[in-house]
Design a protein around this ligand. Structure first.
Ligand SMILES: Nc1nc2c(ncn2[C@@H]2O[C@H](COP(=O)(O)OP(=O)(O)OP(=O)(O)O)[C@@H](O)[C@H]2O)c(=O)[nH]1
Ligand SMILES: [Mg+2]
Length: 364
């Protein structure tokens, strides 16, 4: 079946526009036209009324299935916009949830997405009830309140059920961790922006064959495998879900247990795609640091790894950027041509040796 034709409405800056296009592509939709707006937080439609009219015209002429708006919209804004453009309207959070849905393979990832979905609905239930009950007050008295109460109770019930299941999964994992820790092996985890090359490096270091792709959010669950970092030493390497900018806290919360598993590692490799434009690297790096801070990661465990060195255009720019951002001793690698891989292994061992789990590496 061909991908549904859609219109994308996003901000005019290049980074945001390109990322929004990748998200839409990753959600298996085909973009017929991109409209840009400086502001997408206007009360009525998110965008300006003139732009909404322009889109309505294009949608009618070009047989468009959906309008995707690259921002968080309220139920009211979605309702208003759908009324004017005559087709389904999807906001950024819905879009990301859709991608997660289509990618989730493990039970835990599915539960986490369902939790995010419930939180998404909860934040909108009052307003949605108000709209569907024809503007009746959905707070005090009347049918509106009844609808909201029933819906809220239902969502809460589902939420606690899912949380219980997730806790169970998390406890099982903890137990598994304890068993693994008894083996004395150190834990190393891969974190970073979506598509930064985590799984590609994971496959290279563990001999695994996990799926990699240029689509966003290819990996949604956590995998841990043994990796031989030199003749005498093995570590446990963990690959996990990637980050993206402007991800609402409730979505990070939903994936918290998965992400936290990465954070208990002895060494956290923070992967940054260095083949992109300097300002994009900066945005992605800052966004990753923010998520890591929010999750309470121990900063001293982080080693910054610049990936895709084989595609690098301006290495001086990356060096300058590292200095500007105060990145301590980053390592540049390429999983394609093996550049820097040995250096990375040595750096991992040095870090672990500093935590005294391994013998120190040879001097080179
Ligand atoms: N040229 C080049 N491409 C790379 C390198 N490492 C990864 N890639 C490509 O970058 C894209 C993303 O790689 P993944 O390993 O799937 O990235 P990820 O960080 O696991 O992404 P998510 O699972 O979506 O978070 C794929 O198309 C890879 O082939 C590299 O060293 N050089
Ligand atoms: Mg991956």
């Amino acid at each position: 079946m061909p991908n549904p034709p859609v219109v994308l409405v996003t901000y005019p800056d290049k980074f945001t526009k390109e990322e929004a296009k990748s998200l839409v592509g990753s959600a298996d939709r085909s973009i017929r036209r991109v409209f840009t707006q400086k502001y997408l937080n206007r009360s009525q439609y998110g965008m300006g009324a003139g732009k909404a009219e322009e889109i309505k015209k294009f949608v009618a002429e070009s047989k468009i299935d959906e309008v995707i708006v690259d921002e968080h919209l309220t139920s009211r804004q979605i309702f208003n916009l759908e009324k004017i453009v005559g087709v389904k309207v999807i906001d950024r959070e819905r879009l990301i949830l859709d991608i997660f849905y289509s990618r989730a393979t493990t039970t835990e990832a599915k539960l986490q997405i369902e939790l995010a979905e419930i939180k998404y609905e909860m934040s909108r239930v009052r307003e949605t009830a108000k709209i569907t009950s024809g503007g009746e007050r959905a707070g005090k008295g009347g049918m509106g309140e009844y609808v909201v109460d029933v819906k809220f109770r239902d969502l809460k019930r589902r939420m606690s059920f899912i949380k219980e299941k997730l806790d169970e999964a998390s406890r099982k994992r903890e137990l598994y961790h304890h068993q693994r820790l008894k083996t004395g092996m150190s834990l190393v985890s891969l974190v970073g922006y979506t598509s930064s090359g985590k799984t590609t490096l994971f496959n290279l270091l563990t001999g695994e064959n996990k799926q990699t792709s240029s689509s966003l959010f290819t990996t949604l669950s956590t995998t841990t495998r043994v990796s031989k970092i030199d003749e005498n030493n093995e570590v446990l390497l963990t690959d996990t879900v990637g980050f993206i900018s402007r991800l609402p806290t409730y979505m990070i919360d939903a994936f918290k247990s998965t992400l936290e598993e990465s954070l208990i590692a002895d060494v956290i490799l923070l992967l940054i795609d260095s083949s992109e434009e300097v300002q994009d690297i900066r945005i992605k790096y800052n966004s990753c640091r923010q998520v890591l801070r929010e999750l309470g990661a121990d900063e001293s465990k982080i080693i910054v790894v610049f990936t895709k060195h084989d595609k690098l255009v301006l290495s001086e720019a990356v060096t300058q950027l590292s200095e500007d951002m105060g990145i301590q001793e980053p390592v540049s690698i390429s999983s394609t041509n093996m550049y820097g891989i040995n250096k990375l292994k040595i750096r991992i061992r040095q870090r672990l040796a500093a935590n005294e789990s391994l013998s120190p590496p040879p001097v080179i």
